[in-house]
Design a protein around this ligand. Structure first.
Ligand code: HEC
Length: 170
């Protein structure tokens, strides 16, 4: 046997073995892919849908008439809080708005508890006192600003304050 013939035989054998091995690997790979990735063959609807989701455009344009309910973010409105500032009582109003002058007789204001001063004023009648407290009043003693300068107070609150001051001064 010539040297060439020997080489050729060996070469064919190696090639043959390699072909057998590759065919084996191919069959094995086919088998494995069927067992492990059966769902994800290209034709499977799940696979197609997954692709569609991945390549879907980021935004969509809704035309008039389209159902947009899925795209609208629903923000729940918070419950209306209970209003904190309810009507202030007479003493509360007095302390916050009237005490400054009527506590110490500032500017000639009749002092709370000064029975003589208040009895004289009460002779005008309660309505006049309330009217002067709400709308302001300039008398002999000085200037009483409307609502004591606190125009944010309601008429009812000022009235309650007058009633409180009168009651405390008798
Ligand atoms: C800036 C000072 C000042 C504040 C604040 C003030 N008063 Fe007077 N008030 C006076 C003065 C001064 C008089 C006396 C006016 C006079 O008789 O010349 C007076 C008089 C009154 C009188 C008697 C009015 C009359 O006809 O005799 C009432 C009632 C009264 N104030 C209620 C209130 C009430 C209620 C508040 C608070 C909401 C208040 N005042 C806040 C200065 C004040």
């Amino acid at each position: 046997m010539s040297q060439d013939q020997k080489f050729f035989d060996l070469y064919s054998l190696v090639i043959g073995v390699l072909v057998v091995v590759s065919v084996g690997i191919f069959v094995l790979a086919m088998n494995m892919s069927e067992n492990t990735q059966g769902v994800y063959t290209r034709e499977a609807p799940e696979y197609q849908q997954a692709i569609q989701e991945r390549i879907a455009p980021v935004g969509k344009v809704y035309m008039p008439g389209d159902d947009v309910s899925a795209a609208v973010t629903v923000i729940a409105a918070a419950d209306e809080p209970e209003p904190v500032a309810e009507v202030q009582s007479g003493p509360q109003v007095y302390n916050s708005a009237c005490l400054a002058c009527h506590g110490g007789g500032i500017g000639g204001a009749p002092v709370l508890g000064d029975t003589a001063a208040w009895t004289a004023r009460l002779e005008q009648g309660m309505e006049t006192l309330v009217d002067h407290a709400i709308n302001g009043f300039t008398g002999d003693a000085g200037y009483m600003p409307p609502k004591g300068g606190r125009v944010d107070l309601s008429d009812e609150e000022v009235t309650a304050a007058v009633e409180y001051m009168v009651a405390e001064s008798q």
